[in-house]
Structures are given as C-alpha cells and as structure tokens.
Design a protein around this ligand. Structure first.
Ligand SMILES: Cc1ncc(COP(=O)(O)O)c(C=O)c1O
Length: 395
C-alpha cells in the first residue's frame, strides 16, 4: 500500500492520505517458484512445459475442445479474424463498446466491423439489433461479454446458426464466468481470453485462443507459429517445417506461462476474493441506487460473473467526471472505460454503423469503474464508498 502527503501547512502535522489505486496486479507467490523453473528448463520460448500445462488447464476447466496459448488477447483475436478468410468488404457484426483490439483484428484481416447498438442494462451488444445488420457480406458475429456478464447468447447463437455465421466470443474479461451454466469462452466456434496485468488471472501480457471447431484448429496452430507447420514438425508428423500460410509471432513465452501457471494454481482464491469484493460494493451502493444517485451493474439471473470489474452509471458525463476528480483529489482512483468505437476516428475510417447507436453513444461517457483488486482491504473499500457518497453530496 502506498501513501502520499497532502501539501504541507507549515504549522500543522501533514495529514497522510492513503492512495487507493484502481488496480494492483495480484501475485500469488508461486510466480517466484515457477519462473525460475522456466529459466532452469532452458525453454523460455513458446510451447514449453508451462505453456502446455496452462493449455491443458484451460481445456479441462472450461471444457473447450482446444486452447492455444498466445502473447495477448489481441493476438488471439487476430488469429480468429484470419481464420474467417475474409474477402475485402466482408463484414463482421460487433459491439462498439469494446477495446480497439476487437475491431482492429477484423480490419487487419481485410474485413469491415459493423457496429450495432448496446443494451442499456448489461451494456452488451443488443441481440435484438443484430439481424437488421446482416446482409450477404456478413461473415461473423463477434460478441464481447462486458465485465464478464454474458451477452444474451441463446438468441445470438440461434441468429448465427440461422444465417450460417461464425460466432466469436471476445471473452477477454471472462475466465470462470458462465451463461446458463455454460462457461463463457466455449460457446462460439472461436473465443479469446486475456491475461493482461489488468485481468483476473494475469501474466503481464498474455492470452488464449479457444477453438471449438476441429477445422479451425490446425490452421490456427500454423498462424500462431509464424505461418509455418512447425507444430506438426514438433509432433513428428513432417520431417522439416516450412512456410505454409500467413501468420506471425503470436506464441506465449514460457516465462509468461510459468507466471500464469502460478496464477492458475490459485484461481479459486482469486475468484473468491474478487467476487466477494464485487458483492460488497453492490450491497454498500444499493442505497445510492435507491436514492437515484447512480445505477449499479445489472446481472441477468442466467449469468454468473467472476467479479472482474465494478462500474456505476451516472446521470451525466459532467457528474461522472466530477466524481472521478473528487475521488482522485482524495487519493482514490476510479477510471472511465472504453470510448465507443463507432464515434472514434478509426471507427469512422474502418467501420460501419447499423442504425442509430443511441446507447453506445451515451452510456460509456457516464460510466465509472471503481478500484477493485484482490489485495484490497475491506477498510479501503469502505473508504472508496464513503468518498464516493461524499462526492455525490458535493456535486
Ligand atoms: C474486451 C477486450 N478485448 C480485447 C482486449 C485486448 O486484450 P490484451 O491486452 O490481452 O491484448 C481487451 C483488453 O483490455 C479487452 O478489454
């Protein structure tokens, strides 16, 4: 825990104000055991022993057919988009309320992201708006489960099946979250996890591509391996490896995998700690919602989430910005989140919109995420809530 002093008044003892950051990456301690092992193994590049352990763990704990460990969720999305074999002008329907990587992957693969509006409750893609965006150029639907709360997947799966579209889940936030008892990241033919420092389970930079369809798996292996058939060579299926397709350096280093393994070994504790803190915010902020000060996250009954993030929606951008400023001046650091992609320079240049995106143009500007990290003490969380309420009185 860090602290800093307020500007000193010469005649007074300086008041030490505790700083509560937005995020503190959690270390289990096992990272210090496994990373040296990776060094001793003399295998620090991709597909070393720890990478295989992580791959097996994800496959077993989620039930997905295949997992490939990669160096970021961005890389996993890029591989997924390449697997679509898009022709110039082919379209992929997605939410505009996401990180740029979701859309960039499609653009880099030669396609056009088509943005449809989001739901006002979960902030996920509005499943009721997807069909009107489908045309003969549409190849896939790419959903993002915001804050690990699932999109309305029954409807989305049936739309994808009806129109013969590939379904991809950007499940960057979602490991250990589910929809009607099914793990997120296993519903689409392709899906992605992030293990970036800000995610529940992390290794600095890292990700995974889940592949639920055999026909994609072999090609995904090749794309991930620089466009070579090296995976087949390692399995002894060919006597030398060569360039066979497009690809890039997408593998996760075994040093990162060793770190990640240290997190996977404590995944239950991390999940428990985060969901407990999430629930505590939810209870302690109920009164504010009842008084109409802000709106808390909505979690449909069929969704179980992993406590990845806790957000509030205010009445206006000005109110949200005031609260961020008020809290920051008191050493507490809430943050906003994605800027809607359809309204960005890149979104206008590379993407298309379907209809009026009223919610997506409005809600992100009123959203604030509160500090939430495994090592957060209840006392710190209580202070966040106290200062938040104080700020609301002063606005
Ligand atoms: C929804 C979503 N998709 C993709 C990414 C990219 O993840 P990574 O940083 O692992 O590349 C992020 C990152 O925060 C994200 O929030």
């Amino acid at each position: 825990m860090s602290s800093r002093s307020l500007p000193a008044d010469k005649n007074k003892t300086p008041i030490v104000q505790e700083v509560i950051p937005f995020n503190v990456p959690y270390t289990t301690g096992l990272e210090f055991v496994y990373m040296p092992q990776a060094v001793t193994n003399k295998h620090t590049a991709g597909d070393g022993p720890f990478s295989f352990q992580c791959k097996g763990w994800i496959e077993k704990s989620t039930g997905v057919l295949h997992t490939l460990m990669v160096n970021s969720c961005t890389s996993a999305l890029e591989i997924a988009a390449l697997l679509l074999e898009l022709k110039p002008g082919d379209e992929v329907i997605m939410t505009p309320y996401t990180y740029v990587a979701t859309a960039n992957a499609v653009v880099k693969a030669g396609g056009v992201p088509v943005f449809v509006d989001i739901r006002p409750d979960t902030l996920n893609i509005d499943e009721g708006k997807i069909e009107e965006a489908i045309n003969e150029r549409t190849k896939a639907i790419l959903v993002v489960h915001y804050s690990a709360v699932a999109c309305e997947m029954d409807t989305i799966v049936s739309i994808a099946q009806k129109h013969n579209l590939v379904l991809i889940e950007d499940a960057a936030h979602c490991i250990f979250s589910s929809y009607k008892g099914v793990e997120l990241g296993t519903i689409g033919q392709l899906s992605t996890f992030s293990f970036h420092e800000t995610k529940n389970l992390c290794c600095g930079e890292g990700g995974a591509l889940n592949v639920n369809l055999e026909k994609y798996y072999r090609r995904a292996e090749i794309i991930r391996h620089g466009g070579t058939n090296r995976a087949r060579f390692i399995r002894g299926e060919v006597d030398k490896y060569t360039w066979v397709d497009v690809g890039s350096a997408y593998m996760m280093s075994d040093l990162n995998a060793a770190y990640l393994w240290g997190q996977f070994c404590r995944a239950d504790q991390i999940l428990h700690a985060r969901t407990r803190l999430w629930q505590r915010y939810h209870q302690n902020l109920q009164e504010g919602e009842d008084q109409g000060l802000f709106r808390r996250p909505v979690v449909p009954t069929e969704c179980i989430h992993n406590g990845h993030l806790y957000y509030l929606l205010f009445h206006s951008r000005e109110e949200r910005d005031f609260v961020i400023r008020y809290m920051s001046e008191r050493g507490i650091h809430p943050v906003s989140h994605y800027m809607p992609l359809h309204d960005s320079e890149g979104g206008r240049k590379f993407g298309k919109t379907c209809g009026v995106l009223q919610n997506a143009s409005d809600l992100p500007h009123r959203l604030l995420r509160l500090p939430l990290f495994v090592s957060m003490a209840d006392r710190q969380q209580d202070r966040v809530v106290e200062i938040l309420y104080e700020g609301m009185l002063k606005r």
